[in-house]
Ligand binder design. Structure first.
Ligand code: ATR
Length: 273
């Protein structure tokens, strides 16, 4: 039986074990998928122990996505472009790092929610591992511009630099948010609500018929999504659909088979309204 795991901190409430078990059942593939809690100090040892125990694939979640990219022997082009990895594939010589977050978000928005991202003016809030994962895929989906704000400006600049598209990518500061006009899509990729409160966001950020998405789900997504609704956003979604889609993409990389996401998404949605 092939062994898989998600490594994060905290990780106990991760839905990934449940999602991959459901995909495996659906496609008749026997697999073991566990959650490994590891702090940044413990990450190297945890990954090494997993590999030594025969682990063939791992998902990486917060706060390790950027660090994980640095320990991989090689990276896919999309992981390289964002400097973050959420999916690790065991090879004969080490780990191949991939990033399926961005494709997961774009699939959820375009296929599940019927949105067309082309030509959109997009605001990305956050510049950590989650933000990095989705930025390249948003650019590839044909958006017009990507403005990035983050509490720590150095990380905003670092992300803008690695994306390498100065004509479309604009690092900004939170203090500038009142002067940027409205956005057609606003993505919350911060973990702010997990720790404290959301940063202040003026409602002028929400253009008519704008969409808003929080990359998290459950209770931590509530403050941002409530803000977006109150500010007049049209389609307001949490990160549950993205989570299922990024998992499907990882499943395909590991098993060579694409699972059907709709039933798994519907089952999870019942628990997270
Ligand atoms: P993740 O994988 O969830 O992105 P991360 O790499 O630790 O995890 O990044 C967390 C993001 O949430 C960062 O953009 C972080 O801002 P900093 O780069 O300034 O740390 C953001 N964040 C966390 N707490 C926040 C808060 N209270 N206010 C604003 N931003 C916050």
């Amino acid at each position: 039986i092939k062994r898989f795991a998600v490594i994060g901190h905290p990780v106990a409430h991760s839905l990934s074990p449940r999602i991959h078990a459901a995909f495996g059942k659906q496609r008749g593939i026997a697999l073991e998928y566990t959650a490994i809690d590891a702090t940044p100090e413990q990450f190297d040892a945890a990954l090494a122990a997993f590999a030594a125990g025969g682990g063939t694939g791992a998902n990486i979640t917060l706060p390790h996505k950027q660090y994980a990219a640095t320990v991989c022997e090689s990276l896919t082009e999309r992981a390289q472009r964002c400097g973050a990895a959420n999916t690790l594939i065991r090879t004969d010589t080490g780990w191949l790092g991939d990033n399926t977050d961005g494709l997961g978000l774009v699939r959820d928005l375009t296929e599940r929610h019927g949105q067309d991202l082309r030509g959109r003016k997009v605001l990305l809030i956050g510049a950590g591992g989650a933000a990095r994962g989705v930025a390249p895929a948003l650019l590839d989906a044909g958006i017009k511009s990507l403005f990035i704000v983050n509490r720590t400006p150095a990380r905003t600049d670092a992300l803008a630099d690695v994306l390498g598209e100065p004509d479309r990518v604009h690092p900004r500061n939170f203090e500038d948010l009142g002067n940027l006009g409205g956005f057609d899509l606003i993505v919350n990729a911060t973990s702010a609500a997990r720790e404290a409160a959301l940063p202040f966001l003026p409602s002028s950020l929400v253009a008519p018929r704008a969409d808003a998405v929080d990359l998290s789900y459950g209770e931590v997504a509530i403050p941002f999504l409530a803000w977006a609704r109150a500010a007049g956003a049209d389609v307001v979604v949490d990160g549950l659909g993205m989570l299922v889609e990024q998992a499907a993409e990882a499943f395909q990389r590991w098993h060579g088979v694409r699972p059907d996401t709709s039933a798994v998404y519907a089952a999870l949605r019942e628990s997270y309204t």
